[in-house]
Design a protein around this ligand. Structure first.
Ligand SMILES: [Zn+2]
Length: 124
């Protein structure tokens, strides 16, 4: 069986803290979530290789992150962000352009989104 290549992108990092609120910085939280998710997937799933666009507090440019995933020929790319600009709950997005694997991307997004909303009981 071919290996599934997952790239997780902890948003922000280095000189870019992302959202800052309540004594927390987005870049720290996204990194913690990404490291936890990588370890969780490696522990529980076979045939999945997880790569992170960063595994420490460094700045990585947006195109560098995309290039990294494209070089790995990733099956799935997930960028983690935590908003602090109002609103509440959980939201997820997929690339809205046209490409051949869009139905598969939509299906993966639906599984992830519905599972996270159900498990966290966050507002959808
Ligand atoms: Zn962000």
């Amino acid at each position: 069986m071919a290996e599934f290549v997952q790239v997780i992108d902890p948003g922000h990092g280095g000189h870019d803290p992302g959202a800052v609120a309540n004594g927390l910085r987005e870049k720290d939280l996204t990194l913690k979530i990404a490291l936890y998710t990588r370890d969780y997937i490696h522990e529980l799933y076979e045939g999945v290789k997880v790569y992170l666009t960063r595994d420490k507090d460094v700045f990585v440019g947006l195109s560098e992150r995309a290039d990294f995933a494209n070089r790995l020929n990733a099956d799935h790319f997930c960028s983690i962000h935590i908003n602090a600009g109002g609103g509440k709950g959980f939201e997820s997005y997929i690339y809205n352009g046209s490409y051949s694997s869009k139905p598969k991307t939509q299906a993966l997004r639906n599984v992830l989104h519905d599972t996270i909303v159900a498990e966290t009981k966050l507002v959808n």
